[in-house]
Design a protein around this ligand. Structure first.
Ligand code: PEP
Ligand code: MG
Length: 892
């Protein structure tokens, strides 16, 4: 195995092997750009080193060979006392991990070569000793774990002793003394002298860079950025060039376009007489890149030429690092540059206009995650507000308001026109009015699929969940020492999960205004809005997946339609049984005989019919999948504790509370240890006579009513939680009878299908397809039951440990677990279609709006994804990208 590549041997496509930095240094070398000579040690060497815990067979010999070549190219030997070659040893993984791993500069300096360096620099002793002390400091920290502050303390002492405040005021003698002090620090911590052998320095530095792959901060960064843990870093050994050799030297960073806004024109910073680390440390103020034109026109012009070459070559925004050593320009790094979400869209559209890329490629340059960022209002953090805690960013956005602790208070305060943040330990369906009224929701329990999170996302409302150091009491909450009382104002960021005291100003999203057809005239010519329009339009042309929405009110349906939804994939009917209808549900549950039960159902039916009619109207001409009631009925009753207390208190006062006593008895009777696996879904329909029939009749009547108005209703009835075809057949037989009774002669056609959300349903999909005209994958329950993870508990309880152990890189409730849950989907899709060609397949779990999952569903060949209204544009974009990507791989 070959472990070392000269820059001339690599190219930009070898990022896996050479890391991003190494691959791009090689690419620039081969483009003939001025890159200091050097070589790259591969990520495979790093992987072997980390696996063996040490030595990599054959590596030392390869380094010898490449070092010799480097020495002869430079006409200098590493650490030669008379005329030393010095090298930098830099990390560089496949994915950029800025500042997470290590770099050692000036390797090759020692007590003897420091004089040679001074001679090279025209007798500049100060520069030579400064370079030497920087080597000991970096090497000590990076290679030998010497605490960095000890070096900083010694530097501080040197300055104090001399009575100066700035490093540059130390002269050669001071720095020579500092080197002595640094060496003492080094011996104290390591038990041996700073190594004088340049080759030993090099080997140790390379190993330290390997090890830095597993430094705590690098591990954390990878977890956050979802970068795999086993890639390892490459190591670049590069001839040193110096930007700190005087006023004709300097260093800078530059972008070929503005990475914040995407605006055309170069953009960057320059610092004269400095090394890269000084720029990062922010020791002195940098100059705008344009000023370099006055300072050194030749280098500036060359840099402009190189940047144009790089953009043309990479066909994208590039960022670069460069150094000028005594008037000679050197390129130290380039890569396709990171950019904000807004810049990503703007630049992709610009590059299409410039004829550099086509629209298909432009689509691959943006992502649904970026579009999501653009769709939420943002905090203006310019005032640097103080964050008091951080929970799970469960539904993105930025909201501030007065703190309230109950749903009712939220409604009252909002009715007075004031913004509200509803703070709860956790929410339940009863909190819905308060959640609707609130600007944001903060809970101390639950994860991204908790009730609060799911409902908030559905409404596009800001939500922070599981802020577990928030102790919620009746009229205040505490975070450590801080106490926030009812009526105090807080601000919550649903993207970062941060909670701030006081009001942080918020800016609305112009991209949402565009989708809503309500664009503020100030943004009429906004290049970002134009770019979003262009790319989403192209995505719509390309995509094969249809995008529907999960909506259970007319208002949600209307908004989703404006956002481009092509129907409803999931209308959950349970929300229609809350509020003032709860009393009817109680009557249904408490019914002592068929007559009482029928009375309750008869009273519910017109209400349901009106619900459906409103939704069908909003979705006129488009399919609407209505799911029959799913949750256990006891969820509609008050809690056992609440009732027991109420009844006990009443009894103490000698009062007879018959209704509450009946409810309490019912709650006791209906109590389940595992309600998610209990009497819910299709089981309710089979056990409670008339319940599903009432809903089916309401659906059919609403459809007939819309048709009578001249509309085009396209209802689909969906049965939840089916695990066996017999369950579906039973419900189907009853439903068909009612439909033909109600709609037989109306021309309205109603499909009947099922959710696939129980693993057994997926595994017997061939049988189930015989009785279903469509399948909709309920990936929330399917994930819950495939993993045996309670969807309301596990994310907050222990997922952190699973993520830490790398059991999965992201919660399977957020992004589809392709190997397990995804396999169930694949099996069901294949076997379902084999049994019933043309079977319509969709997904309506939370995954329907998750970018990675959308690609998976495209590949599996589903017909549609269904997601919350706010995710509709994201799913449209990702479905377009998935189509372009699979075209690309078909061509290959
Ligand atoms: C599902 O289980 O994926 C689903 C969509 O149903 P619910 O979330 O309502 O259980
Ligand atoms: Mg479900």
């Amino acid at each position: 195995m070959k472990f070392v590549y000269d820059f001339a041997e690599g190219n930009k496509d070898l990022k896996d092997l050479l890391g991003g930095k190494g691959a791009n240094l090689a690419e620039m070398t081969n483009l003939g750009l001025p890159v200091p000579p050097g070589f790259t040690i591969t990520t495979e060497a790093c992987q072997q080193y980390l696996r063996n815990g040490q030595h990599v067979d054959g590596l030392a010999g390869e380094i010898d060979t490449h070092l010799e070549a480097l020495e002869s190219a430079m006409g200098r030997r590493l650490g030669d006392p008379a005329d030393p070659l010095l090298v930098s040893v830099r990390s560089g993984a496949k994915f950029s991990m800025p500042g997470m791993m290590e770099t050692v500069l000036n390797v090759g300096l020692n007590d003897a070569s420091v004089a040679g360096l001074s001679r090279q620099a025209g007798g500049n002793d100060r520069f030579a000793w400064d370079s030497y002390r920087r080597l000991i400091q970096m090497f000590g920290k990076t290679v030998c774990d010497v605490p960095g502050h000890e070096f900083e303390d010694a530097l501080h002492e040197a300055k104090t002793a001399k009575g100066v405040t700035d490093d540059v005021q130390l002269d050669a003698e001071d720095l020579r003394a500092l080197v002595t002090a640094y060496k003492k620090v080094f011996v104290k911590h390591t038990g041996h002298d700073f190594p004088q052998d340049p080759r030993e320095q090099l080997d140790l530095a390379v190993e330290a860079v390997f090890r830095s792959w597993n430094a705590d901060r690098a591990v954390l960064y990878r977890r956050q950025e979802r970068i795999p843990t086993d890639l390892g870093t490459a190591v670049n050994v590069v001839a040193m060039v110096f930007g700190n050799l005087g006023s004709d030297s300097g260093t800078g960073v530059a972008f070929t376009r503005d990475p914040a806004t995407g605006e055309q024109g170069v953009y960057g910073d320059y610092l004269a007489n400095a090394q890269g680390e000084d720029v990062v440390a922010g020791i002195r103020n940098t100059l705008p890149l344009a000023d370099l034109e006055q300072l050194d026109k030749t280098s500036y012009d060359e840099l402009m030429r190189i940047m144009a070459t790089l953009e043309g070559h990479y066909r994208d925004l590039c960022d670069i690092e460069f150094t000028i050593e005594r008037g000679k320009l050197w390129m130290l790094q380039t890569r396709v540059g990171k950019r904000t979400a807004a810049a990503a869209f703007t630049i992709a559209a610009q590059l299409v206009d410039e004829g550099v890329i086509d629209l298909d490629e432009a689509l691959t340059r943006v992502s649904g995650a970026q579009l999501a960022q653009l769709m939420f209002p943002r905090f203006d953090l310019s005032g640097s507000p103080e964050s008091i805690t951080r929970g799970v960013g469960a539904s993105p956005g930025a909201a501030y308001g007065q703190v309230v602790f109950t749903s009712q208070q939220a409604v009252e305060v909002a009715a007075e026109g004031r913004p509200v943040i509803l703070v709860r330990r956790e929410t339940n369906p009863d909190d819905l009015p308060g959640m609707i009224a609130a600007n944001g929701i903060l809970t101390s329990r639950g994860g991204k699929t908790s009730h609060a999170a799911v409902v908030a996302r559905g409404m596009g409302k800001t939500c922070v969940c599981g802020a577990d150091d928030v102790a919620v009491s009746q009229d205040s909450f505490a975070v450590g020492e801080a106490v926030v009382r009812e009526g105090d104002v807080i601000s919550i960021d649903g993207t970062t999960g941060r909670v701030y005291l006081g009001e942080v100003p918020v800016r609305p999203s112009e991209v949402v205004q565009y989708f809503e057809g309500d664009l503020d005239p100030a943004h009429a010519n906004d290049p970002l809005v134009a770019a979003v329009h262009r790319l989403i339009t192209h995505a719509d042309e390309k995509r094969r997946l249809t995008v529907r929405t999960n909506a259970d009110t007319g208002a949600d349906a209307a908004r989703a339609r404006r956002f481009g939804a092509q129907g409803i994939g999931l209308c959950r009917t349970e929300h229609m049984f809350l509020g003032d209808r709860r009393e009817l549900v109680e009557r249904l549950i408490l019914a002592r005989n068929e007559t009482e039960r029928n009375e309750a159902l008869v009273a519910l039916q017109p209400l349901q019919r009106a619900d459906f009619l409103e939704i069908f109207r909003e979705m006129n001409g488009l399919p609407v999948t209505v799911r029959l009631i799913d949750p256990p009925l006891h969820e509609f009753l008050p809690s056992l504790e609440e009732l027991a207390v109420k009844v006990a208190v009443a009894h103490e006062h000698g009062r007879h509370v018959e209704h509450d006593e009946q409810l309490l008895a019912a709650v006791r009777r209906m109590h389940e240890q595992n309600p998610m696996l209990g009497l819910r879904g299709v089981r309710l329909g089979l056990v409670i006579p008339g319940l599903f029939a009432m809903q089916v009749r309401a659906i059919a009547e609403a459809a007939v009513a819309l048709a009578a108005e001249g509309g085009n209703p396209r209802p689909e009835i969906m049965v939840p939680l089916v695990g066996a075809v017999q369950e579906l057949e039973t419900v189907r037989a009853e439903a068909e009878k009612i439909i033909s009774e109600v709609a037989g002669s109306s021309g309205v056609r109603i499909l009947i299908g099922t959710m696939i959300e129980v693993p057994r349903a997926a595994l017997t999909a061939g049988q189930i397809a015989e009785a279903a005209e469509f399948f909709s994958f309920g990936t929330n329950d399917l994930t819950q039951m495939a993993w045996g993870f309670s969807r309301d508990d596990v994310e907050g309880a222990f997922f952190w440990r699973y993520l830490e152990l790398g059991i999965f890189g992201i919660s399977p409730f957020e992004s589809i677990d392709a190997d397990g849950v995804g396999r169930l989907v694949t099996i069901a899709a294949e076997e379902g279609r084999a049994a019933r060609p043309g079977l319509k397949l969709g997904v309506c779990g939370e995954h329907g709006g998750d970018p990675d999952s959308v690609h998976f569903f495209h590949q599996v060949g589903l017909d549609y994804v269904s997601c919350s209204p706010f995710r509709v544009p994201i799913a449209r974009l990702e479905a377009g990208r998935a189509a372009v990507e699979s075209e690309g791989s078909d061509h290959r």
